[in-house]
Design a protein. Structure first.
Length: 298
């Protein structure tokens, strides 16, 4: 006797529809070494010598194709990679943006140029993997907080178009971010409102670098559009850092938006349950949408 093929039951159809419609909004792929063969200038082979990019891809119908490198703060001495890293990645994923958390090299083992090289490499790497990670190479931005904000702003004021003749295909990509989001950032390395610890950990005693990496002095018309947030009560990194950068952007004709909230200490991250400043994530998302960075390409 021939067996009859069974038709799918209503229950199995419902289960299939459930899995198709309710896929996770994001997928974590783990950490990727920026330089699998070893980072330039590495002083050892420990984890601190191997900068990484942890990939959190937006997926499903809500994925926009936008990608953002996440730079946690920590005074160029450590990385606050939970509230300024993982939580930020989850927030970005929630509205369809793929996030890439950067674990960059820092003091006491590393000073300039290691952190900046790591951030630049991260931007190039995302662009080089654009097809694999389903990211639009023309919508790759960067977000940074505190010292991570300084690093992010450095990528927008110190960049190149890539080397088309490079043997490494990653190095052929531009390291200019398409936009920047700077949370209570260190911007200036000069008095009177620099954050001395971040400055010293970055420049490593080379005082000649202080002027070059006072990034409010390095803004040009090619600096990417920027969203800034700060609080008046920040006693660690004074809000003047954001103000002078905003004024420089304005002078250069670069699209920019600045939010300074009255209440809130330094290092608030997403600022959940904090009156006033808790509005910044929604404002930032609206800014990204208004600039066209969240619009899917057909």
């Amino acid at each position: 006797m021939r067996n009859k093929a069974r038709s799918p039951t209503a229950g199995s159809l419902c289960l299939l529809i459930f899995f198709l419609c309710f896929q996770p909004a994001a997928r974590a792929l783990g950490a990727e070494y920026l330089w699998p063969e070893g980072a330039p200038g590495a002083v050892g082979k420990e984890s601190a010598d191997k900068p990484t990019l942890t990939v959190h891809l937006a997926r499903g119908r809500g994925a926009t194709g936008c990608g953002v490198i996440v730079c946690p703060g920590g005074g160029y001495f450590m990385l606050a990679d939970n509230h300024e890293g993982k939580q930020i990645a989850a927030w970005l994923n929630s509205f369809g943006v793929s996030a890439f958390i950067l674990r960059y090299r820092h003091a006491p083992r590393y000073h300039h140029p290691a952190p900046l090289k790591d951030a630049q490499r991260a931007i190039r790497l995302v662009r080089s993997r654009a097809k694999k990670w389903r990211v639009d190479p023309e919508r790759v931005g960067i977000i940074g907080f505190s010292a991570g904000g300084h690093l992010a702003s450095s990528t927008g004021t110190h960049f190149d178009k890539g080397n088309p003749e490079a043997k490494d295909p990653v190095d052929r990509e531009s390291c200019r971010p398409d936009f920047m989001i700077l949370g209570y950032p260190v911007i200036s390395f000069t008095e009177p409102f620099t954050h001395v610890g971040s400055r010293n950990n970055f420049i490593g005693g080379n005082t000649a670098l202080a002027e070059l990496f006072s990034n409010e002095k390095q803004v040009t018309a090619q600096t990417p559009p920027t969203f800034l947030l700060h609080t008046s009560e920040d006693r660690v990194v004074p809000p003047q850092n954001s103000v002078v950068f905003y004024m420089a952007l304005l002078k250069a004709g670069v699209p920019a938006e600045l939010h300074i909230y009255e209440k809130g200490p330094h290092g608030v991250g997403l600022a959940k349950k904090r009156p006033g400043i808790s509005a910044w994530p929604a404002s930032c998302q609206a800014w990204l949408g208004g600039r066209g960075f969240l619009k899917k390409k057909r």
